[in-house]
Design a protein around this ligand. Structure first.
Ligand code: NAI
Length: 263
């Protein structure tokens, strides 16, 4: 008697999360692993923090890989992607999370070109061209799972902060990149979304946590609390599930109501 039930293991979908050594990226990586993905994590270096992050994501389930490269170094993207796909298989979900804050928080009139370039090179230029490379890989494959490109921008894509205008400009540029990519890929199976976090408790905000504590206590965030990485991770997994395919190009505010215009 023959059976039509295959005993071959079904490959898990693969998610690539940039900047997953800590913070929001690590929380996103954990969420994808828990949801049944194999996860490729990237960061600038493979240090003790990266090893600890890898262990946490592995504990959530599935296979994990770590690829150390500087996202601003476009020449390194191709080799890094080849190595990731050789280890885990084709990438189904790209999460553009890696990013840096302003090199110096200060008067916009004192912003120097070198610091502006540093922020743009990582947050916008590096992210955009890495995405271009990943999408070309995706389009060359037949989809086996729901596919998506998720980009973590910031409320700063729309809310001005003149003491870190370089960061705001990089995120506003990223928002427009997402819109263009969504149109370019609208006829494919690849959903394209922007995740716009508000004030999230991570190393990036640790230096200014007292300021944000005060602002949150004063009512800046209608939800009345800091965001956590897990708030972003849960939303990312849902968006990548395919359930939101017809919402390609959507901007998802993840900020406890911070960006809602109010009286
Ligand atoms: P974080 O500083 O804790 O983590 C950033 C991650 O990006 C690290 O793993 C770091 O290794 C990686 N990274 C930085 N530069 C890189 C480069 N050149 N190449 C490769 N990887 C690089 O920051 P956090 O808070 O977790 O932020 C993650 C993303 O969320 C960033 O894009 C940030 O702009 C955005 N975001 C954060 C908010 C917050 O309140 N923490 C609010 C809104 C957006």
């Amino acid at each position: 008697m023959t059976s039509n039930v295959s005993t071959r293991p079904v490959a898990r979908p693969v998610a690539l999360v940039t900047g997953a050594r800590r913070g929001i990226g690590l929380a996103i990586a954990e969420a994808f692993a828990a949801a049944g993905h194999d996860v490729a994590m990237t960061g600038t270096r493979r240090d003790d923090e990266a090893e600890a992050a890898l262990a946490r994501v592995a504990a959530a389930g599935g296979r994990v890989a770590f690829s150390a490269f500087d996202i601003a170094d476009l020449a390194g993207h191709g080799a890094a992607l080849d190595a990731i796909e050789a280890e885990l298989g084709p990438i189904d979900v790209l999460v553009n999370n890696a990013g840096i804050g302003a090199v110096v928080r200060g008067d916009l009139l004192d912003l120097v070109p070198a610091n502006f370039d540093t922020v743009i090179d990582v947050n916008l230029r590096g992210t955009m061209f890495l995405t271009q490379a990943v999408v070309k890989h995706m389009l060359a494959r037949t989809p086996a799972h729901p596919r998506a490109v998720l980009t973590v921008s910031s409320v700063s894509a729309a809310l001005a902060s003149p003491e870190r205008a370089d960061y705001c400009i990089s995120k506003a540029g990223l928002a427009m990149f997402v819109q263009n990519l969504a149109l370019r890929l609208a006829g494919t199976d690849i959903g394209v979304y922007e995740l716009r976090p508000g004030i999230i408790r991570t190393d990036m905000t640790a230096k200014v946590s007292e300021k944000y504590d005060r602002l949150i206590a004063g009512g800046l965030v209608p939800a009345g609390r800091w965001g956590e990485g897990a708030d972003i991770g849960r939303a990312a997994v849902a968006l990548a599930s395919g359930a939101f395919g017809f919402a390609t190009g959507a901007v998802i505010d993840l900020d406890g109501g911070l960006a809602i215009p109010r009286l």
